[in-house]
Design a protein around this ligand. Structure first.
Ligand SMILES: [Fe+2]
Length: 450
């Protein structure tokens, strides 16, 4: 049992600089699309206390690039070190960022363009004398910066979803549902007991928390073949799920009472119908689509109501990557090839998840679908470091979040770019969070019990 090396994965990715350049440019086009559609007032307003003003994200991605590509990797003095304090995410919580002396949007655009022009010179020139060679291995630092910008783009997309006012984003819907996708019961898949390789030491742009590859023995389990749908979730609501303490984690129960929750975020009842707000439009909740905008507590309560539980992070990754024929772990459920439009709903090509049962070409060896893309999936696991974890290149990327406060999410959403999504990729958030594009699927231990 092993992990295929990136070199063996011939269909994997264009090498180094070309891939880095493409990833940086794609991220910047998306950042522009998410910010050019609003006027200055829309960019500097705070649309939710959970989020930064979009103008902050806009300059923050350039400031991180200034720090990591121009100064740390490039060995230059950077463009605007004086802005570091304003755009330091650890210094000022999101709720307080509107009070910061932020660059106005046009100045932010000019700043990030200047940083980018110089960053491309660093990329073309290669490591300067005395550079930290680990940053340049596989062009990691450029991949890290591209992923960082794409992560903020997804955060900005969530800000758009929270924003009130007329719709400004547009995208075609995913392909028409298959006949199966109109039914919200898809059954489960079986994953036999045994060890598999979790995490990675071979993927050049994997972040520190995905490393190193290590063996984990996972008992047999059954997993929902597709994410839990809106239709299935409605049955939990209609069965009084939000009013029945039996299903809830004690902290979840307290939270539901205090916040008076009775449905996913952005849903409201209209007579017999459930409606939702989605990027400025009001529409009927589609029963066949994966449920999203539920907290970990809601996902956990639904699973208990269904007589099941959330999968552990190891179970999720084994279902997504383990190939029982070879004993190896794949980069993605379908193999080692990069995601494309036929295999996963990623990259904001659509502004919603595809119906459950979509993307048969993206299925894992175990038969589970849509593990990558559509909605992030809550797991039961706390966010911790793997055995042998080493913070790189800075502790604040992930190590400072380790512990029992944060739960792991896997698989990416329709708003996640492919560069920031793979079988090993780990996201984390507080169990009360609902503004992220997160849903879940449920599991049960095979051979009795949960
Ligand atoms: Fe950031």
């Amino acid at each position: 049992m092993s992990e295929r090396s990136a070199a063996q994965a011939t269909t994997a990715a264009p090498a180094g600089r070309e891939r880095a350049l493409a990833a940086l440019e794609r991220a910047r086009r998306r950042t522009a699309a998410l910010t050019d559609c609003l006027d200055e007032a829309g960019l500097t307003a705070q649309h939710s206390r959970l989020m930064s003003p979009l103008a902050w994200d806009l300059a923050h991605v350039g400031n991180q690039e200034d720090i990591w590509l121009l100064r740390e990797a490039g060995g230059t003095g950077g463009v605007r070190p004086d802005l570091d304090a304003v755009y330091d995410a650890f210094r000022t919580p999101r709720a307080d960022r509107p009070a910061l002396p932020m660059l106005p949007p046009d100045a932010a655009r000019a700043y990030i363009a200047e940083v980018r022009a110089r960053a491309l010179e660093v990329l073309a020139a290669g490591p300067p004398d005395g550079a930290d060679s680990a940053l340049f291995e596989g062009d990691f630092v450029f991949g890290m910066v591209a992923q960082h910008e794409q992560q903020h783009d997804e955060t900005m997309l969530a800000t758009h979803q929270l924003r009130r006012g007329p719709a400004v984003l547009d995208a075609p819907d995913p392909s028409a549902p298959t006949s199966r996708a109109t039914d919200d019961r898809h059954g489960e898949v079986h994953v036999p007991a045994g060890p598999f390789t979790m995490g990675t030491s071979a993927e050049p742009w994997a972040l520190d928390n995905e490393r190193p590859a290590h063996t984990v023995d996972v008992p047999a389990f059954d997993l929902d073949a597709v994410p839990v749908t809106n239709g299935a979730y409605q049955r939990f609501i209609e069965d009084g799920g939000y009013r029945d303490e039996r299903w809830w984690h004690p902290e979840g129960w307290a939270y539901v009472q205090k916040a008076e929750l009775s449905a996913p975020l952005f849903w409201r009842r209209d007579g017999e119908m459930w409606l939702r707000r989605r990027f400025g439009y009001i529409e009927r909740v589609p029963p066949g689509e994966p449920v999203m905008h539920v907290s970990w507590y809601e996902a956990d309560a639904y699973a208990r109501w269904a007589g099941r539980r959330l999968p552990t992070e190891a179970e999720w990754e084994k279902a997504a990557r383990h190939d029982p024929r070879t004993g190896e772990s794949r980069r993605y459920p379908w193999g080692d090839a990069e995601p494309d439009e036929g295999r996963a709903n990623l990259g904001q090509r659509h502004l919603r998840p595809a119906p459950a049962g979509a993307y048969p070409a993206g299925a894992a060896p175990c038969g589970a679908r849509q593990l990558i893309g559509d909605v992030w999936e809550w797991t039961s696991s706390d966010f911790t470091g793997y055995p042998g974890f080493r913070a790189f290149p800075y502790r604040e990327y992930s190590e400072v979040f380790f512990g029992s406060d944060h739960k792991v999410l896997r698989g990416g959403s329709f708003g996640t770019d492919a560069v920031a999504c793979r079988g090993t990729f780990r996201n984390w958030d507080l169990p009360v969070r609902r503004q992220i594009f997160a849903g879940f699927r449920t599991a049960r231990s095979s051979g009795g019990g949960n």
